[in-house]
Design a protein around this ligand. Structure first.
Ligand code: FE2
Length: 367
């Protein structure tokens, strides 16, 4: 032990205290005195002694109460308590033991016995302190390692999300010149998903899965994908297959995001009334993520400039959305869409393709 062990001697009788202290001081212990129960508790908390020699019959608070309080306090419960009593009372000893007393000495103290008891309890206390410190160090180490692991996990997750996003952009690169298309439809979809009460995990996944909806366009030849005019029926057949290609590319992934991306790629052109493609699914046969993606994708197509059309004004786009209720779109979802119309229009404004909206957003986010 590095420092000098400190012994708290608690007794209302000064002669006993001094007698105990004299013996302890010859052994080079530090001695702290307490004259009653309350002072004993206060000094035990303030001085963190290594051993307490405790009288039972004391004014203001008796020794039993002192033991009870100190053993209930996590800062003092490991300090060994030696009850020093003049009485050879078994009941008293049993009661003190039950409360957590560690040892007994009979008054008047015998020097050799006292020093032997104190020395061994100081060792016990030192060992307990060491173990407590060791445990605290171990716990701190585990916390630190967990934090590092979580950080590494977050970095991996964000790298993988970044990859997903860039893959999605690569798929859109040729035919979509709308810079913020992916941001808009993800945010529309998340806002609608929240409104209809989808759980938090699904809503979060949507944010990262929706951008993959058209990834299958990679499999559509350029002569069809980039054809300026109308597609003939054969070309249209191939164009429609981007849903299947997307599902093929994304299927069997261990990542929930990619798995959901596959479902969305396969079903985002299905329609509520069964007139969609590729499988002409109806109503709730269409997975909910496919239904929400359909709504978000169509609204974005209506309100942005495309090679073949100017953006429709909001009123016209909203009217078309309303007309699609129950035919193209899930009616509950259309209702949710109009419930949060302001939020939808705010997302549209925030991710405007001229980039000004985004710049304003960035400026606003600056500290
Ligand atoms: Fe599509």
């Amino acid at each position: 032990m590095d420092s000098i062990p400190k012994i708290l001697v608690a007794d209302d009788d000064e002669r006993t205290r001094v007698a105990l202290a004299d013996i302890l001081l010859t052994q080079e212990y530090d001695v702290v005195h307490a004259r009653d129960g309350e002072e004993s508790v206060r000094k035990a908390q303030a001085e963190s002694p290594d051993v307490i020699l405790l009288d039972i019959r004391m004014p203001r608070m008796d020794g039993f109460e002192v033991i009870r309080l100190l053993k209930a306090d996590r800062f003092t419960k490991l300090i060994p308590i030696v009850v020093v009593t003049g009485e050879d009372d078994v009941e008293l000893r049993v009661r003190a033991l039950k409360l957590g007393a560690d040892d007994f000495l009979t008054k008047p103290p015998h020097a050799a016995e006292l020093t032997a008891r104190v020395r061994s309890l100081v060792k016990v206390k030192a060992y307990n302190d060491y173990m407590r410190h060791y445990q605290a160090t171990l716990e701190a180490e585990v916390r630190e390692r967990t934090r590092e692991l979580n950080e590494a996990h977050e970095r991996l997750k964000s790298a993988s999300l970044d990859t997903i996003h860039r893959l999605s952009r690569a798929a859109e690169y040729k035919d979509e010149d709308t810079a913020f298309h992916l941001h808009r439809i993800s945010n529309y979809a998340v806002a609608i998903a929240r409104r209809i009460g989808l759980d938090g995990a699904t809503t979060d996944s949507l944010l990262y899965s929706i951008p993959m909806h058209d990834i299958g366009k990679i499999g559509v030849p350029d002569r069809i994908l980039l054809k300026p005019g109308k597609l003939d029926p054969d070309e249209w057949m191939i164009m429609k297959r981007h849903t299947e290609f997307g599902a093929q590319i994304l299927k069997d992934s261990e990542s929930d995001f990619i798995e959901m991306g596959g479902v969305i790629a396969f079903t985002h052109h299905e329609r509520w009334d069964g007139s969609g493609y590729p499988r002409a699914l109806r109503e709730e046969e269409i997975p909910v993520e496919g239904r929400v993606a359909a709504l978000a994708d169509v609204f974005d197509a209506l309100t942005t400039k495309r090679p073949y059309k100017e953006p429709f004004p909001n009123e016209k786009a909203l009217r078309i959305m309303r007309e699609g209720r129950g035919s193209h779109f899930d009616p509950d979802m259309v209702d949710a869409f109009f419930d949060i119309e302001d939020e939808i229009l705010e997302i549209k404004q925030r991710f405007r393709d001229d980039g000004e909206g985004m710049l304003r957003q960035l400026a606003r986010d600056e500290p």
